[in-house]
Ligand binder design. Structure first.
Ligand SMILES: [Zn+2]
Length: 457
């Protein structure tokens, strides 16, 4: 009898043709394994695709691997649980700790929606069940799934705890990158180099664009703060609560403690970001060497004179009464909701104020429209006139840019048989596919949603 042919089958259920909603099914060695279970975010129609039934039976999934704690990678786990998933959940230790406040925050928003029954899905009980199934691992700690299949996490350098997931099956190596960090990050170690991979499933958020130099980012930040100080204005920064908020606190801490900027009120106006910063403090051993060294002189990397954490909404409203110059950091990062929208309504019409964008702005989001120069923008139902200065510093992006993605793959050029480019807008993914083919001569493609590949192993 002919021995059964060994293969791995990957089906691309989410995070294809879009940045968000990552969800991949890997069928390997008789196991059904999911990689990420994220929410599709940003545009309105996307809301609906999130609540479609899963295209597989959640009850049959053995293991769910999670690359990191961003909602576009973990946000649909309560739905998976609700529909009967009872397998194991694996991630790094920091990802597990960060996921708890992230999921509770998501539940706080989505769980209010009774119309499409989200109040039954985003419940405390489903989050509790999720965390009970969830096991944390160190980077490089081997997870033995079967005699022929083992897995470990490698540092992706994207956010605290972010991981590339490396499957080794019969000696063949399949790597899911998750999101890849824009190394060097102020806080995190660099993305680990990968070599000797057979199949690569990689992100492409910035597949078609390069960031400005990372060396200049702190200088630009300093200049933006100083300019705002001179105008006695309010500098508002719409920020992702996870990682970017902590990165900015880290940078502000360095600028204030190093006497590079005058002391002024800086409000971290995000209960979620405040909670997540507490988790960062528990995982200092995961910071990069420089951040570790900085801690020798300054134990409190996220605390400095002038910083106010505003947890309660009354405190948030009182920020208005504080005269400028001042700085407000608040979510959401793309101005689609959260406390930032009140501040934007209040401060954007005044030319003395500044809006600083440091993160990815989804096509069609208010943040993207403002970035592209629109002078009137609809922010959660209200027309807002934009007269404030708008500044973008792309050096803080949490994602590798086009050139860095290319050199990331180049390291594995000798061994890699096929690269699947996902988690990007179609234009970005296709551009990267072309570059991988043209510059490195690698077999690359951008799979369509719902398509499958069977890889010989
Ligand atoms: Zn991410």
């Amino acid at each position: 009898m002919k021995a059964m042919e060994k293969t791995a089958k990957i089906t691309f259920y989410g995070g294809t043709g879009s940045v968000t909603g990552a969800n991949f099914l890997l069928e390997i060695d008789g196991k059904k394994i999911l990689i990420d279970c994220g929410l599709t975010q940003g545009v309105k129609v996307a809301d609906d695709v999130n609540w479609d039934p899963f295209p597989y039976d959640p009850k049959e999934i053995d293991i769910l691997f999670l690359s990191h704690a961003h909602v576009d990678h973990i946000g649909r786990i309560p739905k998976l649980i609700h529909e009967g998933f009872h397998g194991e959940i694996y991630s790094t230790l920091p990802t597990r700790s960060l996921a708890s406040p992230m999921l509770e925050d998501t539940a706080g928003i989505l769980g209010k929606n009774e119309k499409i029954g989200l109040d039954k899905i985003y419940t405390e009980a489903n989050i509790k069940k999720t965390l009970a199934l969830w096991q944390g691992f160190e980077y490089h700690q081997t997870i033995k799934i079967s005699p022929n299949l083992e897995v470990f996490f490698m540092n992706a350098g994207h956010i605290l705890g972010s991981a590339m997931t490396l499957f080794t099956y019969n000696g063949k190596k399949i790597l899911f990158t998750g999101d890849l960090g824009n190394s060097p990050s102020p806080i995190l170690p660099d993305t680990e180099r990968i070599t000797n991979i057979d199949y690569l499933i990689m992100e492409s958020v910035y597949g078609d664009r390069n960031h400005e130099s990372r060396d200049d980012r702190r200088k630009f930040l300093e200049e933006t703060i100083e300019d705002n100080y001179k105008r006695k204005g309010t500098l508002i920064i719409p920020t992702f609560s996870l990682e970017r908020s902590q990165e900015l606190l880290f940078e502000f801490n360095a600028l204030v403690e190093g006497n590079r900027i005058p002391i002024m009120p800086i409000f971290l106006d995000s209960p979620l970001a405040i909670r997540l910063t507490e988790v960062f403090k528990q995982f200092k051993s995961y910071f990069n060497e420089q951040a570790q060294k900085a801690m020798v002189h300054d134990k409190y990397l996220f605390d400095f004179p002038g910083l106010h954490n505003t947890l309660k909404s009354e405190e948030s409203r009182m920020i208005n009464d504080v005269p400028g110059p001042k700085i407000i950091i608040a979510g959401s990062g793309m101005s689609t909701g959260g406390r930032i929208v009140h501040h934007e309504r209040h401060y954007l019409p005044d030319p003395n104020n500044t809006l600083l964008l440091t993160g990815y702005q989804m096509v069609g989001s208010p943040g993207r429209l403002i970035q592209e120069g629109m002078k009137t923008v609809r922010i959660t139902g209200e027309e807002v006139v934009v007269r404030a200065r708008v500044v973008t510093i792309s050096g803080y992006s949490g994602h590798k840019d086009s050139d860095s993605l290319l050199s990331f793959v180049e390291d594995t050029q000798d061994s890699v048989k096929k690269v699947f480019v996902v988690m990007g807008e179609p234009k970005s993914s296709m551009f990267l596919v072309q570059k991988l083919r043209d510059n490195l001569g690698i077999d690359a493609s951008a799979p369509e949603q719902g398509s499958s590949v069977t890889l010989p192993c």
